[in-house]
Design a protein around this ligand. Structure first.
Ligand code: PMP
Length: 360
């Protein structure tokens, strides 16, 4: 069976080249007669894989020296707790921007640990746009400002980095990391669940400025302490070794593609192709997001009614265009166009969309 075009929001499609590479060495990794999953994380062979993955990620994102890169577990959801536990410090309060479902979940978790100031919310606009920065109520004494650069469910993406002054900026980059270059030095901390643009689920990557490592609450579990994990090279306990190895293969693949500037160009073209198809459909397909903040990675859209949406999904599935249903909380349809989705997949989708609209 040929590879399907998989538009799932996560766990998401991975580069075919990477999957073949992993397959080819699954049973006998580097002539050891064992798979990489079956060796100690403390063996020199695995430590070399881990360090190379970190070096490649540092190169791709041009991460400055004074940032630590951690490979942890607990997903991005775990970071909703780890961030306040580690960063609230003596201040005990933080600012959050509420731009959709994932920021709301981050806010709900942070409230368990300290005082949360929702500095701005897109709620009144149905989360279809981002409130203007002039209207934000930022607290200059906040421990940090948290935001979600790309709302995976809403398909709403910041086109700029929020200005937080001296307050460290914290970003949940789960669904946008590695889709384009990013100025890491503008951030105090970046985290991202792996299962979209990095690798398989089970791994979360954290990039944290060193001076923020000393603020953890004394009740922070050791496994969830940035400082302890940094001190132990993310091996305080057993890390998700296979996910880490596979992430390393993805980083190498990204370098072969020309790095993040090349990915940005490709991702921009893919998104433009799909949004043009939606906007040019005479209202048959609709995307509700303010055009300034349309996501390159997750494109939600609706059809005139649910019956047509169900028919669309069934026919798309049969045509090898998989996982186009919207998130269960919002319905409709959604196409995720992460790095590993080839342009040919997006072209196949827009051709299918045009044909489907014509036939109705
Ligand atoms: N934040 C964002 C922006 C996400 O898209 C997701 C998962 N879709 C999460 C957090 C939660 O991630 P995880 O399931 O890895 O905990």
């Amino acid at each position: 069976m040929p590879r399907a075009y998989n538009f799932c929001a996560g766990p998401a499609t991975l580069p075919e080249e990477v999957l073949r590479e992993a397959q080819s060495e699954l049973l006998d990794w580097q002539g050891t007669g064992m798979s990489v999953m079956e060796i100690s994380h403390r063996s020199s062979a695995f430590v070399a894989v881990a360090r190379q993955a970190e070096a490649d990620l540092r190169e791709l994102l041009a991460i400055p020296e004074h940032y630590k890169v951690l490979f942890l577990q607990g997903g991005a959801y775990g970071q909703f707790s780890m961030v306040p536990l580690n960063l609230l410090g003596g201040k005990g309060k933080a600012d959050y921007l509420d731009t959709g479902l994932w920021s709301q979940k981050a806010i709900a978790e942070a409230r368990r640990y300290g005082q949360v100031n929702v500095a701005a919310s897109g709620r009144d606009a149905g989360y279809t746009t981002i409130p203007e920065p002039a209207e934000w109520h930022l607290d200059p004494d906040a421990a940090y400002l948290h935001y979600t650069p790309n709302e995976t469910i809403g398909g709403l993406e910041f086109s700029y980095i929020p200005a937080s002054g001296e307050v460290p900026l914290v970003a949940d980059m789960s669904s946008t990391i590695l889709s384009r270059p990013v100025a890491v030095s503008r951030y105090g901390l970046i985290y991202a669940g792996a299962q979209k643009n990095i690798g398989p689920s089970g791994l979360v990557v954290v990039i944290v400025r060193e001076d923020l490592l000393e603020r953890a609450s004394p009740i922070t579990p050791s496994a969830f302490s940035y400082a302890l994990q940094a001190e132990h090279g993310s091996m305080l306990n057993t890390p998700p070794t296979f996910a880490w190895y596979l992430a390393g293969l993805v980083f190498r693949w990204l370098k072969r593609q020309g790095g993040l500037a090349a990915m940005a160009e490709r991702n921009r073209r893919k998104a433009e192709l799909l949004y043009s198809a939606i906007d040019g459909s005479g209202g048959f397909y609709r995307n509700p997001i303010d055009p300034r903040y349309r996501s390159w990675m997750n494109v939600p859209f609706t059809l005139p009614n649910e019956t047509l949406e169900q028919r669309f999904l069934a026919e798309a599935e049969a045509a090898g265009l998989k996982n186009l249903a919207g998130h269960r909380s919002v319905g409709g349809l959604r196409a995720s166009l992460y790095n590993a989705m080839p342009e040919a997949g997006v072209r196949a989708l827009v051709e299918f969309m045009a044909d489907f609209a014509r036939r109705q």
